[in-house]
Design a protein around this ligand. Sequence first.
Ligand code: RIB
Ligand code: CA
Length: 311
Amino acid sequence: MNKIPIIFDCDPGHDDAIALIFAFAQASLDIKAVTTVAGNAGLDKTLINAKKILGLLGRRPLLAAGAAKPMFRNLVTAPQVHGESGLDGPAIPLPDYPEEKVNAVELMRRLITESPEPVTIIATGPLTNLGILFTAFPEVKKNISTISLMGGAIGAGNWTSAAEFNIYVDPEAADIVFSSGVPLVMSGLDVTTKALIMKDEIDVIRSLGGAVPVLTADLLDFYFQFYKKNGYPGAALHDPCAVACLTHPALFTGRRYHVVVETKGKHTDGMTLADLRPYSDAKPNAIVNMDIDRKEFIKVLTEACAAYPKA
Ligand code: RIB
Ligand code: CA
């Protein structure tokens, strides 16, 4: 099988962690590097959290920290969802895992430039690293096949009524990415709020036994608290959608739209506005995932957790 070369840019975050756990169990992916960005928590914390998850999985991809703040704005974080550490809940050991001395943007530039085949980027946090990369090194775009991102929404936002968190944190970076010309697959709230995992399904994962399933379930139990408090029947697996739509595309239904990012809206900063007009001549720049086979998604996530050695 030809593996897809991947750079995974994230802001762990509980659902980023689940996305990493899912991704590293996929035989179809060759994850060249994990890069971190400030978002759910500050850059120092998202780097530590990435190390903890990769240590738990026994994986050692190249790892580099990127932007500590959005390109032009102050950082907004989400402790009310992920806790002060960005990964509250179970205690996960911090491995001795030195990150690369170069910034994530330089690591991305080098890996993409040197790759003999086009690279796919999975982005599950604010798009700051990519916004900087495309500004500083626009030539890399020609060796990127796809960016599969969790972010945005055709419908309502979650951080504001108009904007989803990842896009809201750095709308200018998102605007650079959405106008880059690089093919995009957008897993926005339209699909990710359908990608819910229920308490009994979390307990099935825990019942597998072993460090990865047990800690995955413990992370999900903590993460579910926010969703339960806000009336959801399950926890929204936002970031894993950006992985699963690459590895299990049949589980997703998507539509091609031209999507732009608002950067100057009094009420709509960070909004991803799709042109839904049937007669529009705007060229689509994204496949927007709109629906998911939730039960099958949970099944393949559970299988991924079971695939790790029962250390
Ligand atoms: O809106 C959900 C997104 O914001 C997810 O990526 C979550 O991890 C947070 O970063
Ligand atoms: Ca995230």
